[in-house]
Design a protein around this ligand. Structure first.
Ligand SMILES: NC(=O)c1ccc[n+]([C@@H]2O[C@H](COP(=O)([O-])OP(=O)(O)OC[C@H]3O[C@@H](n4cnc5c(N)ncnc54)[C@H](OP(=O)(O)O)[C@@H]3O)[C@@H](O)[C@H]2O)c1
Length: 243
């Protein structure tokens, strides 16, 4: 692949087996990045890998649970051994378990926090020493509109995404002098399996497409200017502006 925007770059994308993560992995590979694909379901990762191979790209599957510290340590080490470097990390893996707070079990709360907040923390922590060797280097954390708002039935999920946003703000400051940019994308409803569970009331044809979130990631990691975008909020066209 010649003259592509991400030639020679290596990206690691969590939650790359389906939905938004698969679109992000595909978009990065299309621009020449070699991509480490992470999720728990090996079969879904293989499907993403095949799609990328079909585009002439290079991706390798690293099945892992991002909430499992030992698994994340081993996964990041294997990816860097395989590709020799790491330039871009996209923390996209996430789960939503939805319901009223008063009926939310402690286990449900802990699981959502473990995947969405702890998983993002662990992958960042393990990736940073490798990202520090590259300039520019990028961390893109996929939060959600509920990182800044709260919706009924989404207390655990909202708390976990507020945690991702807060952690990202602090991390952006910690890494600024290393030239590692930390970005957060906060999407509203995107047409994936998760959206069907979170908002069964919404007409799926009105939801954003996963490729539109991937476009935003690509925009962030291919910018070379002095202007830095900390956060991108994306909403459905029919959602209330500035709400
Ligand atoms: N869809 C929306 O409307 C929407 C809106 C705003 C933000 N988001 C966020 O966007 C991200 C992607 O969501 P999506 O809609 O594409 O969801 P999705 O279709 O359910 O895909 C989630 C991906 O994350 C992986 N994953 C889940 N738990 C994991 C774990 N413990 N370890 C590693 N990988 C794990 C899943 O694979 P396995 O299950 O095989 O592990 C899958 O590949 C999430 O962080 C979500 O919160 C989604």
């Amino acid at each position: 692949m010649n003259q592509l925007l991400l030639n020679d770059k290596v990206a690691l994308v969590t939650g790359a087996g389906r939905g938004i993560g698969r679109s992000i992995a595909r978009a990065l590979a299309r621009e020449g990045a070699r991509v480490a694909l992470v999720a728990r379901s090996a079969g879904q990762l293989s499907d993403t890998q095949s799609e990328i191979a079909g585009l002439g790209g290079d991706a390798v599957c690293f099945p892992a649970d991002v909430s499992d510290e030992a698994a994340v340590v081993a996964m990041v080490r294997s990816a860097v051994e395989r590709f020799g470097r790491l330039d871009i990390v996209v923390n996209n893996a996430g789960i939503g378990l939805f319901g009223l707070l008063e009926t939310t079990s402690a286990d449900t709360w802990d699981r959502v926090m473990a995947v969405n907040a702890r998983g993002t923390f662990l992958v960042c922590r393990e990736a940073i020493p490798h990202l520090r060797r590259q300039r520019p280097a990028f961390i893109v954390n996929i939060a959600s509109v509920v990182a800044v708002k709260g919706y009924a039935n989404q207390s655990a999920y909202s708390a976990s995404k507020h945690a991702v946003l807060g952690m990202s703000k602090a991390l952006a400051r910690e890494l600024q002098s290393d030239g590692i940019r930390v970005h957060v994308i906060c999407p509203g409803g995107v047409d994936t399996e998760m959206a069907g569970q979170a908002r069964p009331d919404l007409d799926r044809s009105a939801l954003m497409s996963p490729d539109e979130i991937a476009d935003a990631v690509l925009f962030l990691v291919t910018r070379r200017g002095k202007a830095v975008i900390d956060q991108i909020d994306l909403r459905r066209e029919s959602a209330t502006p500035w709400a």
